[in-house]
Design a protein around this ligand. Sequence first.
Ligand code: SF4
Ligand code: SF4
Length: 664
Amino acid sequence: MSINQTIYIPLFALSMLFFCYSCYQRLQLISLGTSENRTDRPVARFIRMLTYAFAQKRVIQRPFGVNHSLLFWAFLLLVLANGEFLLEGLFPSVSLALLPTSLHHGLAFVFDAVSLLTLACVTIAFARRLFFAPDYLGNEYSSPRSCEALLILGMIATLMIAFFLLHGAQIALGEAAASRPISALFGKALAGLSAASLESVALASWWAHAVVLLFFMNVLPRSKHMHILTAIPNTYLCSLEQSNTQPRESFEKGQRFGVGEVERFSWKDLLDSLTCTECGRCQDVCPAHITGKPLNPRRIVHDIKVNLMANGPTLKDGQPGSLPMIAEEQGEGTSSEEALWSCTTCGACVNVCPVLIEQMPKIIKMRRHLVQEKAEFPEELLTFFENAEQRSNPWGMAPADRGKWSSMLGERPFSVDKTEYLFFVGCAGAFDTRAKQISVALATIMDQAGVTWGMLGKEELCCGDSLRRLGNEYVFDKMAKANVEMFIEKGVSKIVTSCPHCFSTLKNDYRQYGLELEVIHHTELIEKLIQNGKLKLPRHAELGKTIFHDSCYLGRHNDTYNAPRNVIKAATGKAPVEFGRNRENGFCCGAGGGRMWMEELTGDRINRTRVAEALEQKPDTLCVSCPYCMTMMEDGLKDLGAEQVQVKDVAEMVAEALRSQPKV
Ligand code: SF4
Ligand code: SF4
């Protein structure tokens, strides 16, 4: 055994032991979470993992992401090279040189080229962090120039340089036969040295590489770079549901509700917290954070991790943790109640996370705890909860008045034999003065196209969307069961609704209650009617320059982007202009997640921010496809003194095209 091996073997063994121990400790922490099945539908999961982890779908969507993706792909290849390096240290006769010569030389060439690429990417990443770090890389607890980030980059750069020096010295000594063009350049630079000096360079580089590599491995599980180990499995174990469809709760005696302590999160939530790359993308798109609320989705995930680290050791001993998960005041490891109530459940954070972390569902879990276990929620929600529970609508209107909006249309009851669609009008469409006009427009369109439809009238109940997003799962559960039972009893097979919140809840959440029927949003129905020629628009509605605002619950949560745009084009003859932030990057109106029923007292108003964005394009008409967006946009325009801009629902635009006079 050489002196090298005598020192290296125990060092390697100790490093591996410590690495395994660190991973075991992290696994122990993750296992403190509650159970959750994330192994069903393996094919769908595998495809997600290939798409998001290996193909880096979301990472490369940002300009600098290309650099990170190149590093990732290079890293995958270099795992093989470094594996060989570590093994060769133990067993000098074991190396890739045992492979057929052409394959060995090919691999050596690839490793050399990839190492240069890695060095270039690391240099760019270093320069970016030091000299032009974007705002979203930092926040109140993390600096873009954090020692940890710079240390990791420094170690990777050292590994690459040591790699080139080692092989360069071997080439200069005439020991290396494989083709390594970059190392050969280093070899040329070292060619003037004596054989003894070259051997010293090779030995020093070998040890530098070995020590840094073993140290790097041991830093990973104990730093934010844990994501290097967990990101790939995390994408496989992601949720296959829509992010706004939270799991059901059971209401048996003795049951606990939601999450008030870190160990009440599921193991997957805890894995998420250890997987966060701190890239800041979610913080950069969060409407609450952007408008100055205390909510930052990145911070939510970070606080779970910090809380887990702090409380983990006592929890493992079966004792409760001392650092609270939720409190009035925010602190590192503790989320504030105000932050949790600031979420609009827009899903922008979930949609942008490169490693498929589910930030928003964690917020809902904590809301469930606050509402159902502690009865702690903003005061204005008390009226909302009471109205929803007692009168099944947010305004507390008499349930008997639900069908009154349609008095001029005559009796239109749903009947399984006579009507194809159940028109689920929703609380806004039935009770809100402005939204009633959307219901009338949709009814007119369906009549004109010969679609048979009917309503449930006073029998219709609130769908429960806001209740569920606000964490009042108990009342939501009762409503969902009652609605599903009624749909089944009445033989409903197709539902159309003009509210994306009803649409998403009936389509996605109610599936958890066994409801499997066709639910479509009115923009999809109208698009279909126009396309199949059942709805003919004789002329174009005169609405001037139109701009379309994507509803989060129609777009991001249900992937419906083209239907409203196609309908607007058919109704006005022109495609609408787009917001700077549109489609999956659309910016919330501020009303989702139950925020419709709460005051917005901190920071700028989200609807004003969105309306100001619209006004940059100088539109005449702001088009929406949601009654909540309608209210928020109209309020925002009033606030900004821009009431000359009208807000129209897509159905109203079509109804207007139907009744427009021909141009002379
Ligand atoms: S769902 Fe929207 S509002 Fe809530 S944390 Fe995510 S980005 Fe922010
Ligand atoms: S949660 Fe996802 S998007 Fe947000 S900082 Fe972490 S890795 Fe980035």
